[in-house]
Design a protein around this ligand. Structure first.
Ligand SMILES: Cc1ncc(C[n+]2csc(CCOP(=O)(O)OP(=O)(O)O)c2C)c(N)n1
Ligand SMILES: [Mg+2]
Length: 332
């Protein structure tokens, strides 16, 4: 049974966090249009309840790993959002000194292990983190996230098998947002209950409403407790929706505006806002204070990124393997 109480304080924190993540991503989209952010940019708008509910179930040493839709997860784990914005802009003040960019956020210190652009590539790595924790008896649990598109990869199935065989402390989470780029879940398989893929491995699995942080938290806490107590992995299909295109260069011909609007009626931030109002957890003035704080922090992130210098060109060779005596290309 979920053990943490979802108090007024939790609701207010969820509201502030989720609103910040949303506004942070909106600002990143604006910076992309200004060409201050280049390359790919995949936004998390609409999926915030998955992260809010999950983070509430985590303990200090637990780990998280995900795909490329990864800007706000490290912020939830305590990474300074200014550094994430600088990383998006390719600046030296970023989490990887501007070398990683949008798809490669990383913070070992905060137990955030990326940030992976190869669909399904992070799944075996997540099991590897859990293997290390089991081997070293740290008591930590790994939360390994993937998209609905990733479950059709061989790496997913091989990892599910080994994770059960080795009874690893891991929770596999599919953020089913309905689409893999422009391909709907209906077009990828003959049934759409992704959670049932766990049955073939005898792994506890269930579908979860991903628009409400409460339902996410409850399912996640049960799965995290199971992993921590030595009972092995779980598989959660968290049903959510992405409001923006797959990346910034997506014309979205595969869905209608009405479909997006239908999901926005159950907006995760709206759901939390309504509870706060119904239960009188905050006055309108207090909510406005939160919104102002969020706005200020987003602006501070942009200012920090703007003021941070670009890396020196010589940085291109940093962290890149070069065989010094390679005979055919002159390296210096
Ligand atoms: C192995 C591999 N194949 C194809 C791609 C191209 N690609 C990038 S994202 C993506 C869709 C993945 O969708 P999903 O797993 O549902 O994640 P979402 O973008 O919805 O979060 C594809 C096919 C890739 N990056 N890696
Ligand atoms: Mg998807």
């Amino acid at each position: 049974m979920p053990k943490k109480k979802i108090t007024k304080k939790v609701y207010l924190q969820w509201y502030e966090d989720m609103l910040f993540w949303r506004k942070f991503e909106d600002k990143a989209a604006a910076l992309y249009i200004q060409q201050k952010i280049r390359g790919f940019l995949h936004l998390y708008n609409g999926q915030e309840a998955v992260l809010a509910g999950s983070a509430f179930a985590m303990e200090e040493n637990d780990r998280m790993i995900t795909a490329y839709r990864n800007h706000v997860q490290p912020i939830a784990l305590g990474v300074d959002p200014r550094k994430i914005m600088a990383e998006l802009c390719g600046k030296t003040g970023g989490t990887s000194e501007g070398n990683g960019g949008s798809m490669h956020m990383f913070s070992k210190e905060h137990n955030f292990f990326g940030g992976h652009g190869i669909v399904g590539g992070q799944i075996p790595l997540g099991a590897g983190l859990a293997f290390a924790d089991k081997y070293l008896e740290t008591g930590a649990v790994t939360l390994c996230y993937m998209g609905d598109g990733a479950v059709r990869q061989g790496s997913f199935h091989e990892t599910m098998n080994l994770a059960m065989l080795w009874n690893l402390p891991v929770v596999f989470v599919v953020e089913n947002n309905g689409y893999a780029m422009g391909t709907s879940v209906e077009r990828t398989a003959n049934h759409t209950d992704i959670y049932k893929l766990g049955l073939g491995y005898d792994m506890p699995c269930e579908p979860v409403d991903g628009m409400d942080p409460v339902t996410v938290y409850q399912a996640m806490q049960t799965a995290v407790d199971r992993a921590r107590s030595g009972k092995g992995p779980s598989f959660l299909e968290i049903r959510t929706y992405r409001y923006k295109g797959h990346s910034m260069s997506d014309a979205q011909h595969y869905r209608t505006k009405e479909e997006v609007a239908e999901y926005q009626k159950r907006d995760p931030i709206g759901i939390v806002h309504k509870v706060i109002q119904d239960k009188k957890y905050a006055t309108e003035a207090e909510l406005k204070e939160i919104e102002d704080r969020v706005k200020d922090l987003v602006n501070e992130c942009v200012q920090y990124a703007d003021e941070s210098p670009f890396p020196d060109a010589s940085n291109l060779y940093k962290n890149v393997y070069i065989q010094e005596d390679y005979p055919f290309i002159k390296t210096h």
